[in-house]
Design a protein around this ligand. Structure first.
Ligand code: DGJ
Length: 754
């Protein structure tokens, strides 16, 4: 890994063993993009890759010359209006009304490791030799504005992290109205664009289309990354599939309004950009002030989509998630939300916890309804003290009772919100986000606290800190259940109102930072009406996120499959809930509900005390399974094998780093009569090793053994037709699934040497 700068040619080459990123200082001082992809040789010059030819109707930079037009030159951080007519990476509104800028190279620094991004979540290094960082300083001489383009190349991950900082080193105030985190010009448009979109209850479904001339984009305007789209897109080549071919993933480490877009110009050049959504954004920079964009990460894979996802999983799992919980196995939890909703008292909660403990659950989580006057949606948010009518012993008393049972205790909060029926609102009605003189809209009968204001964040922080220091709380579920409307802050002057959406999310990050620093033992799980803020920004503070409010096992196949394109399994809260399912009334078998939830941070979302004896046995088996294999599942190498978006069958597997163990799961949505004699082709195993195969929950004396080469090439036979026997006494039905554990053996009789 390294960063080479060639003084003579002005070219930079960032590389590790597998990827190269090459750019150069252009004739006019701007930064040009030459190459991003699989590792290529270091050469003095790659500038033959720049386009310098004459074309009719083009505007050229130098008088009398027809060879240098930014319309045709691939760039690093383009501006509009100086011969380039595509969407720019930056735009600055100046005092004279102009938006024209010219940032040119001044100097650069190459340093070991990776500097912190102040106040923003970002990937990090633990040792200096894990990454190198390049910072290129550019300046707009007329405006006195400075721009730093930052690039980090990692040694062990095929990823480049990018961000940009602006400094007003001049004398006039200006407004940043567009400041992308990354912009990348790619030489052609022969890519499929993949986005991860949906709505509440069906988050992160895969949507794909060929790039077309013009702009294709996903974004958020809600104040959170949102249910509708994720700040993540992929470009993949025609023949790229899960296992082979080129794919580039672009992920923004940000939880607020974002934009991810690809613009294909009339010469087939693709410009990919990603950053804070410029819509409704204007950041005022007075002389001496600075602004830094969130970080964006680009991952390159020539080993298909699985290869790309595996890089994201490792990078985000190890160098974005922080703290004590990063490398720990996640506790099996029970959450009372779907068991009780708002209808509970202390005794009922303890009863639920006791039943869960008997089955082996490790953490009891008390969801919404425990605080202030919160007995229904319309009251209590903002009053973060226990409701003593419901919990006579307070949170401390309840937590102690739960700990006495031998479980840890966790709590739900929604710190960014307030109900009008609350003491907080009565004392500080002006603390909600609202536009003076306009109607204030509610969402779920609640209002958004103005987290762009320090005093508001400090006050809420103080309240929750007191609670957490008084009681043994081991886990927090941090929810956020509505979008921001009438965005305006009473704290800021008119020229700063375009900053509020971003300042709000900075306030959320500040509070997360304060609480995670003060209570490092607490495991945080983020949530926003299910998966409405499942993004890398949140992962920096909360190692888990509630993947979706849709808890049905079959629905979760698509949700978890889509989510796995960028987020590691350890980050996906996945619970077994009751039947009929509360979101869509389906009766998915207990086994299948568990078999899906295994592939995440596992838990239950029902009253285990109400189960039949037979169901209890399944629960106990599931818990024993998770305890034995969660280390492997949560940190192993994950392969998607069959997509729920493409047919009736879904399959995936996880392999340990040393390839000695693996877990394979397949799921069939609807049963079929007299179906094909199917095989599943496994991946990631050691071809030379022999593996014993054991179907989870099925007693067999003789465990069959297979070579890795056999399972990957001849396939695992999954004879699941309803007319035949799936396994003794276990006939295939609708919503059916099976999980197998593979363990490498050192068995001479089987004829192998390890
Ligand atoms: C929305 C969350 O997604 C649910 O899991 C639950 O915590 C409710 N909020 C509580 O209000």
């Amino acid at each position: 890994m390294g960063i080479i700068f060639n003084e003579k040619t002005g070219e930079f080459h960032l590389y590790n063993r597998r990827i190269s990123y090459i750019m150069k200082i252009l004739r006019n001082g701007q930064m040009g993009q030459l190459y991003f992809g699989r590792r290529i040789h270091q050469k003095e010059q790659y500038d033959y890759l720049l386009e310098n030819r004459y074309r009719p109707t083009t505007a050229y930079v130098y008088e009398g010359e027809y060879s240098f037009s930014l319309e045709h030159i691939k760039q690093e951080y383009p501006a509009y209006g100086t011969t380039d007519f595509r969407m720019p990476a930056l735009e600055i509104l100046q005092e004279n009304g102009s938006r024209i800028t010219e940032f040119t190279y001044v100097s650069h620094k190459i340093r070991r490791g990776k500097p912190k991004l102040c106040g923003l979540p970002a990937t990090y290094t633990q040792q200096e030799d894990e990454a190198d960082t390049l910072e290129i300083l550019l300046k707009d001489q007329l405006l006195g504005a400075e721009l730093i383009l930052r690039y980090t190349i990692f040694r062990d991950y095929d990823a480049i992290a990018r961000s940009a900082s602006f400094q007003n080193a001049g004398e006039q105030t200006f407004w940043l109205t567009r400041a992308m985190s990354l912009s990348l010009d790619l030489p052609d448009d022969e890519y499929q664009w993949m986005q991860f979109s949906g709505a509440w209850g069906r988050e992160r479904y895969i949507k794909e289309r060929w790039l077309q001339p013009g702009i294709q984009a996903v974004n958020s305007t809600r104040g959170a990354s949102g249910h509708a789209h994720n700040p993540f897109v992929v470009l993949r080549r025609l023949h790229t599939d899960e296992f082979q071919g080129e794919a580039i993933g672009f992920s923004l480490i940000y939880s607020g309004n974002f934009l991810a877009q690809a613009e294909v110009d009339n010469f087939g050049v693709t410009r990919l950009m990603m950053g804070i959504n410029p819509f409704q954004f204007a950041w005022c920079l007075k002389p001496g002030e600075e602004f830094t964009t969130p970080e964006a990460v680009m991952v390159y894979s020539h080993e298909g989509l699985n290869g790309m996802s595996q890089t994201f999983h490792r990078l985000y799992g190890k160098r974005l998630v922080r703290g004590e919980w990063r490398d720990k196995e996640r506790p099996i939890l029970i959450n009372n939300w779907e068991a009780t909703y708002f209808d509970f008292n202390e005794e009922k909660l303890v009863e639920i916890a006791r039943a869960a403990k008997e089955d082996g659950v490790e953490l009891f989580v008390l969801d919404d309804g425990w605080f202030g006057g919160r007995c229904q949606e319309s009251s209590g948010l903002g009053d973060w003290w226990p409701n003593l009518d419901r919990l006579p012993g307070g949170i401390k008393g309840l937590a102690q009772r739960i700990e006495k049972l031998g479980m840890k205790f966790g709590l739900w909060v929604e710190l960014e919100m307030v109900n009008k029926d609350s003491q907080l609102y009565r004392n500080h009605p002006d603390w909600i986000i609202h536009t003076p003189g306009r109607c204030v809209s509610h969402g779920r009968k609640q209002y958004v606290l103005d987290f762009s204001r320090k005093e508001v964040v400090d006050y809420i922080g103080g309240m929750i800190e007191k609670l957490l220091s008084d009681a043994p709380v081991s886990y927090i579920k941090w929810d956020m259940n509505r979008s921001i409307t009438q965005c305006f802050s009473a704290e800021f002057p008119p020229e700063r109102q375009g900053e509020i959406f971003h300042r709000y999310i900075l306030g959320v990050y500040q509070l997360y930072e304060r609480l995670t620093a003060r209570f490092p033992h607490i495991l945080f799980e983020s949530c926003a009406s299910g998966g409405g803020r499942f993004d890398p920004g949140m992962l920096y503070y909360a190692p888990q996120a509630w993947t979706s409010d849709d808890t049905d096992g079959i629905e979760r196949l698509k949700i978890q499959y889509g989510t796995s394109f960028v987020y590691p399994l350890s980050s996906m809260g996945a619970h077994v809930s009751a039947v009929p399912n509360h979101q869509l009334y389906r009766n998915t078998p207990m086994d299948t509900r568990g078999n899906v939830a295994y592939f995440g941070a596992f838990g239950y979302e029902l009253d285990l005390g109400r189960l039949t004896l037979e169901e209890h046995q399944i629960v106990r088996r599931q818990i024993a399974f998770v305890k034995q294999y969660r280390g492997l599942i949560q940190t192993g190498v994950f392969y998607r094998l069959k997509s729920p978006f493409e047919g009736n069958m879904t399959a995936w597997m996880v392999v340990s780093d040393d390839k000695t163990r693996a877990i394979v799961a397949y799921y069939k949505v609807l049963n079929e009569v007299n179906g094909p004699f199917r095989r599943l082709f496994l991946h990631g195993l050691d071809p030379e090793r022999c593996y014993l195969l054991e179907w989870e929950g099925e007693e067999r004396e003789e465990k069959p053994a297979f070579y890795g080469s056999e399972l990957m090439n001849a396939g695992l036979v999954i004879s699941d037709a309803s007319s035949g026997e799936a396994s003794p006494g276990n006939h295939c039905t609708d919503f059916w699934s099976r999980v197998a554990v593979l363990t490498a053996i050192q068995d001479q009789e089987k004829g192998i040497e390890i």
